[in-house]
Design a protein around this ligand. Structure first.
Ligand code: UDP
Ligand code: LCN
Length: 826
């Protein structure tokens, strides 16, 4: 295939395409005739290739055509909108870079077009009447950003913190005036009315610089571990307040970094300085949709990785906060509050409790606030797809005598939070509204952006609307992405995809929802707000199988029963006739995208693999009548059918969803004891916590090459990639591995060990917490540097919210089949 080098750096697709078409004019005339022959339509890459194949039948000649520039352009095309006689191409030569061209199929003339023009072609395919109206609502968030610096290299995407540190370093360099914003920031630092770091007597950069030198000389005279209190009084006289450090050594270090930053800042000391500033004590984390709890909620609809992620995140953040506050020499209790909805009909969970301390933390809580409707408190769970009518009132209630999440947070913390982090569409929307209201730094986490999960879900939104309410979801997503100060992602691909697949955020750069609006500039993946901070797995639960003394042996009888009890019951069906074989294991929600049924089918079809190993899957449950989830019901039925078709009884064990993470941790290890492997076969996986969990336990892992796991695992080194779209090849790969292990048992150990090393280097919660707190600190300052631009954009978002989102949210039905509590008295 043609390489990227054929496109000279200065050349655009619009420049090079005419020549490229001319060189294969005869074939291209045929090919374009085929493109338009079926009338208006949207072509995807595979359709384009099919037409090329039919137009250039001879294989050698086709190879020639595809070798050059034309092949490069066509294979870089993500889609093309055919509106005869024109074909409009959306070409993506590199992650984050898009170019749009229009080709006239009659004479093969080429014109470069804008994203807007391209989207109009697309609208002609999906909703001609709307496309022709001519006054569609066009949304352009890019207009506000001309003065905000941008990354330029695709390889730097997701490394915003580093870029911002560099940029801030250059902005603060120069005379005392340049460093003034930093001084102002410092002067404003306080906690519960008590000033921190400096007081008003150090109100110029010059005064501060001199004081820093005097203080450093003075503190150097003390032994390293002298407590701050020893010289506190003297420091106060010089204009310093608490926060510099708990002992002489730490104080001296902070003073020195500060002096260096004021003299000539560089990105590294900039980042260190901000990691030391006492500016972060209280954090709010939002995850409104339920069930959010600490026990018995996994396996309930919508409560997969997000709940696990947040609980681990809170523990890691609290630990890091405690460490930092201690090192700052402060006696402050950090508080992290997870805000979720209170569900009166809690079905045996604790989701009807207002407040719950978070296990494994000292000061963190789950705080639950109910959803309200006109009729009172909403009692029942609602799907995350139907949640939109409640969110605004949940954030800020009107009338004001009703308690809302914002009020409850202020009461609980007794002050404003320092950072608000949203999760998923609903949490990010609430975080945006709340951060705007309180003037607080905001971070968002998508976990998964639904738009990329369903093909053409933007252009075909009307088809999905009654089921999924994507009009609300995509509107909320785009608002939150733009409102937030920083975005945390787990992987690079989440932002900018890979060579061949656009990223989840990238797919929000320009899109159209005919009949609703056209987003001509949604989000730019080169925005320095993007940061990759991958989560880890709780290492007190997911640790290597080899650490014998730590193993949770009390679960062994239960796991033995789970894997090998011969009778089918509510918890397991199927059995493993030959116990000596290694087990390949998978665990996931029984969603289509998780592709557990795919794995069962690969296994069913591959005789060699069936001879080598047994299959154990933990997923959903067995009775479709018990599920309320459309996708899950279909998957349950499919599982039963596959077990039947491939006669899998005796080689497969299907276990219902398991909610005890301690027992699950031990289950991964018991699978490792069989010298088995974990398989994550998803059609697409945003991150893949189970991959991290399995690898933490030392279980060799095969995971989908579609999405996050492709970054977690270095293929063939720390595990293996499998292609969910090529089951035969994937099952062969797994079989090859087990055959190799049979011949050389050391091979299994090797993959297990390298997997563990990979985790320790890149995927731990400690690394994560450190990064996220640095983000909160640095972006908190950054938003002040760009206050005016932020405010202008915020105004635009507020208008979009009021004129679009609110009306869309009203179209989502509110359940009325169950009784609701009466509205509380005024
Ligand atoms: N999980 C579980 N029981 C199950 C299925 C999954 O405890 O029956 C846990 C799993 O251990 C992991 C999380 O749920 O911690 C799933 O996260 P992942 O990122 O793999 O998928 P998601 O459900 O978030 O899409
Ligand atoms: C994040 C996840 O990992 C999924 O399990 C959830 O369905 C989604 O968020 C919504 O909670």
């Amino acid at each position: 295939m043609a390489s990227a080098q054929v496109l000279k750096r200065s050349e655009s697709i619009a420049d090079s395409m005419p020549d490229a078409l001319r060189q294969s004019r005869y074939y291209m005339k045929r090919c374009f005739a085929r493109f338009i022959e079926k009338g208006k339509r949207l072509l995807k890459l595979q359709h384009i290739m099919e037409e090329v194949e039919k137009s250039v039948e001879d294989e050698t000649e086709r190879a020639e055509v595809m070798e050059g520039m034309l092949g490069y352009i066509l294979t870089s095309t993500k889609e093309a909108a055919v509106v005869p006689p024109n074909v409009a191409f959306a070409v993506r030569p590199n992650p984050g870079y898009w170019e749009y061209v229009k080709v006239n199929s009659n004479d093969l003339t080429v014109d470069g077009i804008t994203a807007t023009e391209y989207l109009k072609f697309k609208e002609m395919v999906f909703d001609e009447n709307w496309a022709k109206v001519g006054y569609a609502l066009e949304v352009d968030f890019g207009t506000f950003e001309s003065s905000i610096p941008r990354l330029t290299l695709p390889s730097s995407i997701g490394n915003g913190l580093n870029f911002i540190s560099k940029f801030m370093a250059s902005k603060l360099t120069g005379d005392a005036e340049s460093a003034k914003p930093l001084l102002d920031y410092l002067l404003a630092l306080s906690h519960h009315g008590e000033k921190l770091m400096i007081n008003d007597s150090l109100n110029t950069v010059e005064k501060l610089q001199i004081a820093l030198i005097v203080a450093e000389i003075s503190v150097s005279a003390f032994p390293k571990d002298t407590p701050y209190e020893t010289f506190e009084q003297k420091f106060k006289e010089w204009g310093f307040e608490k926060g510099w450090g708990h002992n002489a050594e730490r104080v001296k270090g902070t003073l020195r970094i500060f002096s260096e930053v004021l003299q000539a800042p560089d990105p590294a000391n900039m980042e260190t300085l901000f990691s030391r500033l006492p500016n972060m004590f209280n954090i709010v984390i939002l995850s409104p949709h339920g069930y959010f709890g600490q026990a018995d909620v996994l396996g309930l609809p919508d409560t997969g990785g997000q709940v696990v992620y947040i609980l681990d995140q809170v523990r890691a953040l609290e630990e890091e906060l405690l460490l930092r506050i201690n090192q700052q020499g402060l006696n402050v209790k950090p508080q992290i509050v997870v805000i979720t909805r209170l569900i009166p009909d809690a079905r045996g969970t604790k989701c009807n409790q207002e407040i719950e301390p978070i296990f494994g933390t000292k000061h963190s809580h789950i705080l639950r606030v109910p959803f309200r409707t006109e009729k009172g408190i909403l009692r029942q769970w609602v799907s995350r797809f139907d949640i939109y009518p409640y969110l605004e009132r949940f954030t800020l209630a009107r009338p004001f005598f009703l308690s809302d999440a914002t009020t409850r947070i202020l009461e609980h913390l007794e002050c404003k939070p320092d950072l608000i982090i949203g999760n998923y569409t609903d949490g990010n929307l609430v975080a945006s509204l709340m951060a705007d209201k309180l003037g607080v730094t905001q971070g968002t986490i998508a976990h998964a952006l639904e738009k990329t999960k369903y093909e053409d879900s933007d252009a075909k939104w009307k088809e999905f609307e009654s089921k999924y309410h994507f009009s609300c979801q995509f509107t909320a997503d785009i608002m939150a992405m733009n409102a937030t100060d920083f975005i945390i992602t787990s992987t690079y691909q989440e932002i900018a995809g890979s060579k061949n697949r656009p990223g989840q955020y990238e797919s929000h750069s320009a899109y159209t929802m005919p009949g609703l609006y056209r987003i001509v500039s949604g989000i730019n993946v080169f925005d320095p707000k993007f940061n990759i901070a991958a989560p880890g797995a709780d290492q007190s639960v997911y640790f290597p199988y080899i650490e014998k003394e730590k193993r949770f042996t009390k679960f062994h009888p239960a796991i033995e029963e789970l894997l090998h009890n011969k009778d089918d019951n509510n918890e397991h069906i199927g059995y493993l006739a030959d116990r000596r074989k290694p087990i390949i294991f998978s665990m996931a929600r029984l969603d289509t995208v998780k592709n557990i049924t795919g794995l069962v089918e690969w296994f069913g079809k591959n005789k060699r693999l069936r001879n080598l190993v047994n299959l154990v899957v933990v997923a959903g449950f067995f009775d479709p009548a018990k599920s309320k989830d459309r996708e899950e019901i279909a998957e349950i039925k499919k599982m039963h059918a596959l077990i039947e078709t491939y006669q899998l009884k005796g080689q497969i064990r299907w276990i219902a969803a398991q909610n005890d993470r301690y027992r699950n941790g031990e289950l991964y290890r018991c699978i490792a004891d069989t010298r088995g492997a974990f398989v994550q076969p998803a059609l697409y996986e945003a991150f893949g916590l189970t991959v991290i969990e399995a690898m933490n336990c030392g279980l060799p892992t095969f995971a989908t090459n579609q999405g996050g796991p492709a970054e977690i695992i270095v293929d063939g080194v720390s595990g293996f990639h499998v292609d969910p779209n090529n089951g035969d090849e994937s099952s062969e790969r797994i079989a090859d591995f087990f055959e190799k292990c049979k011949a050389d048992p050391e091979y299994w150990n090797k993959i297990s060990n390298v997997g563990l090393r990979r985790i320790a280097e890149c995927y731990t919660w400690k690394i994560y917490a450190n990064k996220v707190l640095n983000m909160g600190s640095i972006y908190g300052f950054w938003r002040q540097l760009y206050k005016e631009q932020k405010q202008a954009k915020q105004r635009y978002i507020q208008m979009f919210h009021n004129l679009q989102f609110r009306n869309l949210a009203k179209t989502v039905p509110i359940p009325s089949d169950e009784p609701q509590s009466p509205a509380p008295p005024a």
